[in-house]
Design a protein around this ligand. Structure first.
Ligand code: UTP
Length: 229
């Protein structure tokens, strides 16, 4: 039986919690090492606080959005190097610079770890692009919220937690978010690519390693299952 192919988008603030970072990265790497025996994995790392520092500081220095994005991409690749280091031999030695290379490098038993690709989107979109290229079974978004909500639960006491939704519903939610200039639970471009290519998205709290494990294995999760079929 062939292994499921899974692309994980891990937020920078999850990968680098800013407190005993190496402890969390080690635990995550251990879990990935186990799961690597069961599924074929590509992990896309976000930039988190470090990206924000570089994009904001460069903006203050007059950088264009394109230039800010390039610095952001640099930080995602640095974070990817940290995870690759923790994974040791099971991670690919090179960090691919685009989705096609990532898909080509991906083989069972080796974890491809990477960051962003080019300006204009986030690493969530990269996850969908790689998933499309490698015909992945699902994308897992290991993020800082525990599920998709009808609105921002930090601001709206009536926000409802969503257990299972369609990719169309996720599209409506992220376009609404995007219009307000907020960062959404998944990059709208990534949602569009997933919708066009029938890729399911599982949104889980990346700090909850048990839920992240279940999502990667395609089991029931506490987070949100976004059905694209
Ligand atoms: P992230 O993917 O971490 O974006 O990339 P984000 O939305 O700011 O992070 P989260 O998901 O809310 O934690 C960091 C920055 O790097 C640039 C963008 O500027 C992005 O904001 N980037 C990243 C790109 O331009 N292209 C990429 O492919 C990836």
């Amino acid at each position: 039986m062939s292994r499921d192919r899974v692309v994980v988008s891990i937020g920078g603030s999850i990968l680098i919690p800013d407190h005993e970072d190496s402890v969390f990265i080690k635990e995550l790497a251990q879990m990935i090492t186990e799961l690597n025996k069961e599924v074929q994995l590509v992990v896309i790392c976000g930039g988190g606080k470090i990206a924000r520092y570089y994009t904001n500081t460069s903006a203050e220095l007059g950088a264009s959005v394109f230039e800010q994005d390039l610095l952001g991409i640099g930080t995602t690749r640095l974070n990817a190097k940290l995870l690759a280091l923790a994974l040791g031999d099971i991670s690919s030695t090179e960090i691919p610079l685009n989705a096609a290379d990532a898909a080509n490098m991906s083989v069972p038993g080796k974890v491809v770890v990477m960051g962003g690709t080019e300006p204009g989107h986030t690493t969530d979109a990269v996850a969908s692009m790689v998933a499309k290229e490698m015909e992945a079974d699902r994308v897992v978004n290991a993020t800082s919220v525990d599920a998709v909500y009808t609105s921002d639960p930090k601001k709206d006491p009536n926000a409802k937690r969503l257990g299972k939704i369609s990719i169309k519903e996720l599209g409506e939610l992220v376009y609404k978010d995007h219009g307000a200039g907020k960062s959404s639970v998944f990059d709208p471009l990534g949602v569009q690519i997933a919708e066009n290519n029938n890729i399911d998205i599982l949104v889980v709290d990346g700090r909850d390693l048990a839920d992240l494990r279940n999502a990667i294995l395609g089991k029931d999760i506490k987070g949100t299952f976004v059905n694209s079929h």
